[in-house]
Design a protein around this ligand. Sequence first.
Ligand code: 6R9
Length: 655
Amino acid sequence: MSDTAALYPPPTALAAKAHVSGRAAYDRLVAEADADPEGYWGRLAREYVGWKTPFTRVLDDSRAPFFEWFNDGTLNASWNCLERNIERGLGAKTALIFEADDGAVTHVSYRQLLVRANRIANALRALGVKKGDRVVIYMAMSIDGVAAMQACARIGAIHSVVFGGFSAHALRDRIADTGACLVITADQQVRGGKQLPLKAIVDEALAQGGCASVRHVVVARRTGAAVPFQAPRDLWLNELVDGQSEHCEPEWVEAEHPLFLLYTSGSTGTPKGVQHATGGYLLHAALTCHWTFDMKADDIFWCTADIGWVTGHTYIAYGPLMLGATQIVFEGVPTYPDAGRFWKMIEAHRATIFYTAPTAIRSLIKAAEANEAVHPARYDLASLRILGSVGEPINPAAWTWYHQHVGGGRCPIVDTFWQTETGGHMITPLPGATDLVPGSCTLPFPGIAAAVVDETGNELPWGQGGILVVKRPWPSMIRTIWGNPERFRKGYFPEEFQGRYYLAGDGAIRDAKTGYFTITGRIDDVLNVSGHRMGTMEIESALVAKTDLVAEAAVVGRPDDTTGEAICAFVVLKRPRPTGEEAKALANELRNWVAKEIGPIAKPKDIRFGDNLPKTRSGKIMRRLLRSIAKGEAITQDTSTLENPAILEQLAQTN
Ligand code: 6R9
């Protein structure tokens, strides 16, 4: 961040009415939390969460780093998301505006969602599912997907949602690791006009073995296609719920009772089942919706994430419902029937808060520049008041386009840094309180003790890049890795920091003047070229800042005899992939551009052009695969979670 970085102060009218109004209000919350963390979180947990038995203890650190929060309180997550709103008079309010892939729209009220969740919950109970049992949900974006999560929470079963794009093998591993007694799925899913299998993949996963714990597969009907059915194991969801009562007594659970497991990849090893607890997680889900998104009674919130990712858990399945909000749930993809779909839906449903990922924004910029008809300018987006970004750093060029063309220059962008493990936002602007700087996630959410430290855990002065840690526990933090507490302890509370600090796995730097955080990328992505430390993100950001040429870029390091590490850039252009002399000329142009943007030291040694980059189905660029390609190694890692495995060969060939 330089002295000339643009500053975007909160719009005055929005700030005046915001839940956290003005920087001074933010500073007061931070001061309250710093002075007495337990008093602060205890106050908020009483305000934002409904308890069956009130807690008397806020934090129990007697088994640190296995921290416990509110652990003598009891509650139910589904009661908090449903009845609590109905008791406040919101029974007839629309909870979900579901838009199917083909554009069909269904409105579901809080009362209707409660009835659906209750019937599913009763059906699960009738099948013998009890508190603490694991249920794997392998479904696409759907009303029943959300209702199934709520139903599990209602009876104290621990759900583990597996993204509907994962392969049979990945699904099998997750089912086996959880020891689930039941899988809920659908006959098929529909994305971008195509019918894709779900039930058939569950069959394949179970056939691979190691899933003897699964007694039943419950199948929702989405397309009505004929699917293989194995009695008595397989059951139709609708037949099961039809006879069930619409009432279902919630299972009141301890605050620390696991609400869900969600699998995520680490830098090494098999995916880990991140375990979240009920009470603390719900508090942060509700609180961040209230403060980061400034969610109000008349807002129409739209988070484009899938329920298979943590963003879809916290900012679809739980947070907005905790606040009694109305939200859009979308089955399809941003590019079908054309790349104007998001803008069209914002216009049609009068969305006021829109939360998406930088990768989606970048691809929609590319589409809008190629085809004026899908440019956001062609749609009425005046209903929007707040925009959000999540999942990866947002480069200033994409930020600026999002701000101007989607937000009409009037909507603050909350660039929310957080992780599956953190449960909710950690470092983020608050729209009515924080001056924005494109590319910076700005300041910690009040109560989150984020810091930048060196390898031994000493806090670094502002302006010096280092390791991002959290110095105090917080309510929605990961509790453990399912079945592997030692991996949890070693991975997140490492010895280097005497087990005191949570290690996020990202690097960060605080602006020398403002203290604003910029995430510099995963710490394993930090490069050292001739003794100079550089974030791969910084170079990527420079490359994509060449907006007339570059659509997307990923940068990795590879060993180099003279400089230690060399910079290798993989670039997708806004024109057909160049080869031969043209590729050489363009690579040189880009090198000189980077040299101009950052300095000669940041010039990529290799530049490879591709039609695309290898991405996970959630849109994250798989840098470890790029590192192998950069080194010229054969790819031995698991590529089953890739959206587009064929791209690897292309990138390996282009040099
Ligand atoms: C919510 C989510 C976590 C990793 C995280 C970081 C990256 C997420 C970011 C961001 C910069 C942001 N990340 N949000 N980096 N700015 N606003 O994405 O969870 O899938 O577990 O990924 O994503 O590297 O460590 P998850």
